[in-house]
Design a protein around this ligand. Sequence first.
Ligand code: ADP
Ligand code: ASP
Ligand code: MG
Length: 294
Amino acid sequence: MKVLKFGGTSVGSVESLRNVKDIVKGQTQPVIVVVSALGGVTNQLIEMTRLAQEGNDAYLPILEQVADRHRQVIAGVVPELLQTQCNAIVAQFIDNLRSFYGTLALNRDMAPEEQHLLANAIVCHGEVMSSAIVSCMIEGSVPHFSPNFIKTRTVEGVHQLEADLTRQLIQDEWREGVEGVHVVQGFIAGDVDAEVKTNLGRGGSDFTAALIAAALHAECLEIWTDVDGFYDKDPRKHEDARLLPQMTYQLAQELCDAGAKVIYPPTLRPVAELGIPVWVKNTFNPTAPGTVIK
Ligand code: ADP
Ligand code: ASP
Ligand code: MG
């Protein structure tokens, strides 16, 4: 069994989602697919929260853009028979968002803790919508809801992973083993004490995928992104960046800690402890060998 994580650009357009579908279909063993929100959507959800908190209804056209983009993607990648159902699911989430933003805009004297809870409920929607689309796109796939098994505790406003509980809950979620294709939201989590949504921090979908790979002793973790692998420096900023075909967990961790955005820093530890190899691969150039971290 493998865990494949697809980032925001990988699930961000019709063209890239078709690549995702091909990559998943090409697998010869069971896979758990972890998805981010469509690229840019998390930023938009946060920006709309800020506007609504100010009572500025400029969030409304942005929400329409977000809705349109999801509808267009559904039209491009979801099998025709499932499009109505998929559109209805996404429309329901857009309605939830409209109502959350309306609540924020109308209650500007709301206590900060309550605003925080609403902001957390809002920011989950990117992954909830993208995973609904990917589940519909890959017929026969099994959907999961990660707040049921990725658990955090909020300490002074910071969401800290409850590692032991999360490992146990992941193992329970897949106690019957993994067959076929399973689809999971990255980034989003549930609070241990309350029925509220939290998250693993910006860029946290990589971490979700690593936690699942470690708890289930996956054969490997594949991080599918928008560059050919891990470079010695950011290839978008440095023309002379060199691709590293292989690297140790230690070197990768050092580069991540120094700001290499390609992998979210907490990701490597759970897989490194078990010696699970991590591949960094390009959704837009899937035959490129990528980088293996081991
Ligand atoms: P995703 O949405 O797939 O999670 P990210 O934007 O989080 O993608 O990470 C991929 C980006 O990381 C690349 O587009 C690249 O610009 C940047 N990056 C920064 N440092 C590195 C590095 N050393 N090697 C590869 N990519 C890097
Ligand atoms: N969608 C979230 C973000 O933009 C998580 C992720 O992409 O990993 O931060
Ligand atoms: Mg990322």
